[in-house]
Design a protein around this ligand. Structure first.
Ligand code: 2P0
Length: 326
């Protein structure tokens, strides 16, 4: 039996998005991305390698995953075994700390926590950079969840050069996100398949890569300047361009619901009234509102005309991974 290692990783929300791979096997993205790690949503995962186990046992929120559902995790554990020389099967227990049915459960915090706990339990002592590279092989957005605060994932050219690093941590100015948790509908298409379709079929894809690369330069500056207006404006435009790719794919798809559009309109109305707030959206209906904490009350009051108070979750910048050995 190996020692039991427990890792905790927080989710992150991209301000300049990753939406397309140039190498699906190595999980190299078409463009770099910048995110903010959040305190409110995290995954805790323990891993132990056991010669007594005949196959990997994966428990998610107290329920054992079926072999089909566990496939992606087993493949990732195989990668850890290949890197470490550990040949035993693993007992993995993972718990997502997100509000029930929030639809914010993310492969970002999941694979970041698994990379950290799994590699350490297998006997590897990876640097944070190498952990970020390993997490990338599980899920692209997990590359960034190794670090806290504002984080940039460098697209890179190969396995060695594609990793994340912190841009600003801790975050020493007033910026937060309000997650608007909307009614979950069946996801029209997974992130992995959606971005693949967009790369293959959207005539706008080359323009996306060009503008995303420009957004990275501007976003680095906006974060260094601690300029909420610039961060928010860039993030909102970048998010809508990402969703425009989905609308321009063949066949087209989108992740919006009617409530998503209601929220977008509410944010635009608030801004017209002088409240400095911006929205961003990922591969699902939920909207995240970027704002300063002094405006929380005005924003949540306005949104409660449409949604219940418990659908509005206020999240602050959060930390990078932590690892403990039991
Ligand atoms: C991001 N998203 O930058 C983008 C923006 C959603 C929208 O990364 O195929 O679960 O596992 O690498 O990371 C969600 O996709 O996809 C994502 P894979 P992932 O956060």
């Amino acid at each position: 039996m190996s020692k039991i290692v427990i890792a905790k990783a927080h989710t992150n929300i991209a301000l300049v998005k990753y939406w397309g791979k140039k190498d699906p096997k190595l999980m190299l993205p078409q463009n770099g991305s910048i995110s903010l790690t959040l305190d409110h949503f995290y995954t805790e995962t323990s891993v132990q390698f056991s010669t007594h186990a005949s196959e990997d046992q994966i428990t998610f929120n107290d329920t054992q995953l079926s072999p089909v559902k566990a496939q992606r995790i087993v493949k990732f554990l195989d990668l850890i075994r290949a890197k470490s020389g550990q040949s035993a099967r693993a007992i993995v227990k993972t718990r997502n700390h997100v509000p029930t049915s929030a639809g914010l459960a993310s492969s970002a915090s999941g694979f970041a926590a698994l990379a950290a706990a799994g590699s350490r339990a297998a006997g590897l002592k990876l640097s944070l950079t190498d952990l970020s590279r390993l997490a990338r092989r599980g899920s692209g957005s997990a590359t960034r969840s190794i670090f806290g605060g504002f984080v940039e994932w460098h697209a890179g050219e190969d396995d060695l050069s594609s990793y994340a690093e912190p841009l600003q941590d801790p975050v020493d100015w007033d910026i937060q996100m309000i997650a608007v948790v909307l009614k979950a509908t069946k996801k029209p298409i997974s992130s992995t398949a959606g971005m693949q379709r967009v790369v293959a079929t959207s005539p706008y894809y080359p323009a996306w890569v060009q503008t995303a690369n420009r957004d990275l330069i501007a976003m680095r500056q906006a974060i260094a300047d601690r300029d909420l207006t610039a961060v928010g404006t860039l993030a909102e435009t970048n998010a809508m361009r990402m969703h425009a790719l989905n609308l321009s794919a063949q066949p087209a798809f989108n992740y919006f619901t009617a409530e998503t559009l209601t929220t977008i309109n509410a944010v635009q109305d608030l801004r017209a009234q002088g409240i400095n707030c911006y929205y961003t959206l990922d591969a699902g209906p939920n909207v995240k509102i970027i704002c300063a904490s002094k405006d929380t009350k005005a924003i949540t009051t306005a949104l409660q005309r449409h949604f219940r108070a418990d659908q509005l979750i206020i999240a602050q910048p959060g930390p990078g991974i932590s690892i403990t050995e039991a």
